[in-house]
Write a protein that binds this ligand. Structure first.
Ligand SMILES: Nc1ncnc2c1ncn2[C@@H]1O[C@H](COP(=O)(O)OP(=O)(O)OP(=O)(O)O)[C@@H](O)[C@H]1O
Length: 284
């Protein structure tokens, strides 16, 4: 669904690249996450793939269209929900969706249905200018679903939303993913990436450092640890052991056999820890 080869982009049109020789593919039906800190090149890549930024160097194919020469028809297949996306303040939530609906040549979803999904039904007839940032965000998200997109671009889909709404949005994304939509999601939130994505790419300073599934990354880079709390006389002791190192496993066995265990659980490496291991930098 997306094919990117040797993609470069420079805002200054020199050798200072915001996207620096990036290569990846996203298969149909896959949920792919672009993970990186602020300024890594996520939005720039997404901008090129959605036609907001012109192609400079390399190859980018999106939904079968070459981005050197994208066709208007391509937008019938895409859904785009970016943080800075426009909603018209003078129009109501419903009018906004009705307006955008007319831009598509394909079958669209009833705006009222979408407002229900994103929890904005009660303000359907209120002007968008009166909305909070989170509400505008949800309206943009609803707009991005109008044309039942085959390929859905989501930029920080849950940032700035209260936890209940964020969960609702995550559920919608999971549902669409199950139904077979291809998702290209950019975020610096590793929990979102871990929860929603089949594969993630780590990008930093415009360079895509590695791509793999969250599970493989955890197996490859994570060190399985067991945290344990146990009673030693009247004292509660805490310890942490690696399941990989023989010596530590023996110590763990010794504690299990000789002490009363209060609490014990395994701990996986998080994507954030792996990101730091791979790139030497954090996600913020
Ligand atoms: N319009 C612009 N003009 C000049 N430089 C820009 C412009 N937009 C982005 N950049 C630079 O390009 C690089 C990549 O930025 P980009 O916005 O793609 O990062 P990002 O990973 O999306 O960050 P964020 O998570 O903050 O959105 C950064 O060094 C940024 O300063």
């Amino acid at each position: 669904m997306i094919k990117v080869e040797n993609l470069f982009y420079s805002y200054t049109k020199d050798s200072k690249y915001a996207v620096d020789d990036v290569n990846f593919e996203v298969a149909k039906g896959e949920a792919f996450g672009f993970l990186g800190p602020s300024g890594a090149g996520k939005s720039t890549t997404q901008g090129i793939l959605t036609g907001l930024l012109p192609m400079q160097d390399g190859l980018a194919e999106v939904a079968g269209y070459n981005m050197k020469n994208p066709s208007r028809k391509m937008f019938n297949k895409l859904g785009v929900s970016f943080e800075q996306s426009n909603v018209y303040g003078k129009l109501t939530a419903l009018e906004n969706l009705e307006f955008y609906r007319k831009l598509f040549d394909v079958e669209t979803i009833e705006p009222n249905v979408l407002l229900e999904i994103v929890g904005l039904s009660h303000v359907a007839n209120k002007k968008a200018s009166t909305f909070s940032k989170g509400m505008k965000h949800r309206l943009t998200f609803a707009r991005s679903m109008l044309n039942k997109p085959e390929l859905w671009f989501l930029d920080e889909p849950t940032t700035g939303l209260d936890p209940a709404i964020a969960n609702q949005i995550k559920d919608v994304i999971k549902e669409k993913s199950k139904e077979g939509s291809t998702i290209f999601l950019t975020t610096h939130n590793m929990f979102i990436a871990d929860e929603l994505c089949d594969r993630v790419g780590f990008i930093i300073d415009g360079v895509l450092k590695l791509i793999d599934s969250p599970r493989n990354l955890k197996l490859k880079y994570g060190q399985k640890l067991v945290d344990i709390e146990y009673k030693d006389g009247n004292e509660i002791k805490k310890d942490s052991f690696s399941l990989i190192k023989e010596e530590e496993r023996l110590k763990l066995n010794h504690i299990i056999n000789n002490y009363e265990i209060e609490l014990m659980h395994t701990k996986e490496a998080t994507l954030e820890e792996i990101f730091i291991k791979v790139t030497g930098r954090g996600l913020v």
